[in-house]
Design a protein around this ligand. Structure first.
Ligand SMILES: [Fe+2]
Length: 250
């Protein structure tokens, strides 16, 4: 297990973009080009448009100040540099404030295809383009509000499933074709191939189905869920909150 950061003063750091080495820009470039070649076919249009809207390019590691200038003008979201995995409560609080915690390290060449912890490619390339979409932006903030106010371990664990099967590993049907939008699928060729291939069971998304579905981290996912639009995600968060409230009154 990688230890989570609980203390706000240790969590937030500066990116120091000028310190990236030529080798790190080259690794970003390689990752970006390889994934985009496939995602133009397999990635959600919302993701592909988001890449353009926030100005991510192949030739250099993104400077978060420049990304945020564009992103904030579109939806009010910011990508905030952090030192590592945040404690869930702190992570949810950030989401509720339209701040997305992003690691800023670049993986090494030996880790090109897989690394267990997040890096800037997973966090910024994988997550941040969707934050430029108004509906996804509202969903993610609302998720943060509901998750930050979760009162029991069970509620947190159910919301973690919702996050996993949407933000991290979500699929969406666009013009009759199933595309990837979850960051784990966007940032990894192997996860994406499994998700769209014959050995993954793709089920229609519903909150109830997701709440019943367990998952294993660090495995290729055998079951995933397909939404018809991001409106379904926003509705699912509202449904989750009203389910929790009803349970609390019993
Ligand atoms: Fe992620």
């Amino acid at each position: 297990m990688i230890e989570a950061v609980t203390n706000e003063s240790e969590a937030f750091i500066e990116q120091r973009w000028d310190d990236y080495l030529p080798e790190q820009h080259q690794i970003w470039s390689l990752l970006f080009s390889r994934r985009m070649a496939q995602l133009r076919e397999t990635g959600s249009n919302v993701f592909c448009e988001g890449i353009e809207r926030i100005g991510l390019v192949a030739d250099r590691v993104p400077d978060l100040e420049l990304v945020n200038a564009r992103l904030e003008a579109l939806t009010g979201w910011r990508a905030v540099p952090v030192s590592g995995f945040l404690d869930p409560k702190l992570f949810f609080k950030c989401l509720s404030q339209r701040r997305f915690p992003t690691t800023v390290i670049v993986r090494t060449r030996e880790q090109l295809d897989y690394l267990p912890e997040p890096d800037i490619f997973h966090d910024v390339f994988g997550h941040v383009p969707l934050h430029s979409d108004p509906i996804f932006a509202d969903f993610l903030q609302r998720f943060g509000v509901v998750a930050a106010s979760a009162e029991t371990e069970e509620e947190v664990s159910l919301l973690t499933r919702l996050f996993w099967f949407t933000v991290e590993f979500g699929l969406i049907e666009e013009n009759g074709i199933t595309k990837v939008y979850g960051s784990g699928l966007i940032s990894s060729a192997a996860d994406c191939a499994k998700a769209l291939g014959p050995n993954c069971e793709r089920r229609p998304f519903s909150l109830d189905a997701v709440f019943k579905q367990d998952f294993e981290v660090d495995k290729l996912q055998p079951v995933l869920f397909v939404v018809k639009s991001f409106n379904q995600l926003f509705e699912a968060v509202e449904e989750a909150q009203s389910t929790f409230r009803k349970a609390a009154l019993r």
